[in-house]
Design a protein around this ligand. Sequence first.
Ligand SMILES: [Zn+2]
Length: 414
Amino acid sequence: MKKTIFLSIAIALLPGTISFGQTIKIDWPEYTNYTNYVDTRSRNIEFQDKGIFDFAAIGVGVRNDFTGARLNGIKTENDSTLAICITPENYPINMSPWYSFKIWADSEKDIYIRLNYQQGRHRYIPKLSNDGKTWVQIDTTEILSSRKDPSALFRLNISPDTLWVSAQEMMCSDFTYEWIDQLSQKKYIKSITIGKSTQGRPIKAMSISDSDDKNMLVILSRQHPPELTGFKEMISFVETIAGDSKLAKMFRKKFRTIVVPMMNPDGVDNGHWRHNASGIDLNRDWRHFNQPETYAFRKFIKEEIEKNNATLHYAIDFHSTLTDLFYLKKPEDLPSKKVISWEFIEGINKVMTNNPIEPVPSDREGQNSSNWFINELGVEAITYEVGDNTNREVIKKRGEVAAFTLMTILLDKD
Ligand SMILES: [Zn+2]
């Protein structure tokens, strides 16, 4: 363990402040005789020391006392460089080191920031904002280190106006709940709370339907906190299904779309790299459902299907990775003859010729959401991955194209 003058990290076991989800046993049929078992029972995480850090000697202030922040320690390296420590909530963990902090200065000046990742390597290009709403990516010539370095050094121009610096745009649970409330003002959209996260935040769903609820499409997102690009494409996709086009109106008369836009609000609001508040990668908990977030989702979807005697036709789980791709199944690996995904990807790529999505076949072994849909419900599902650096205008456009493509396919097949 390195001895540093970084702030000590509070290892908060939080007795009494967190209610951990109960462990639920599910009897799985024979075919789920997996070889790559992942233990998803709750584990402890480290919380950040939150506060304002004043470096009077160099006239700079930094804070992490806001929702979604991540800054685990800070010190001056010299009079023009601040070293910031970014640690994961626990590990082993996927390499997606999230950071987010606010910075200001007595007077306008340039300063260097060095992000030191513990257990991680640099991945996200810094995004800047003055209000936490409008974000621009840093000019990449200001970054003096490369991806995969264990630290990142970049130059910032700071002033008395507070500057937000974040791995990706900040869109936390408050944004998501407001988005749901706003869309739910439409008469055909209902907001439903399907359960609570480990720390008690609501897991909210939307039901979009002008139909009798017999045919369903399911959308989920944000199991992994930093995966903003997938979240943004999901928003564009869902708003298109909820929109005023002729196709969307027809679709809503035949299909009910259920959306759970933020599966991991605790992870998002705590600025986690990957896990929920119990230190678990939720997208590895779709076999044992040890976590309240995945448990609530499974219970809700199964009940909706049973209650309405409905058919679930397709499911999409939005994520982000380095490039744009779909993890999908080869037709022969699917339980149903009605294969949607390959036609779906082809339809999108026909329009998005400059930003195609790559099909990547995956097996049915992993304990992720799409395999749960296929293995337990017999329903085709994909993991829809959007590149970290995909142009935000492309994301918006492709979300619309994807929604139009899928609505057409589902109506055709019906
Ligand atoms: Zn992911």
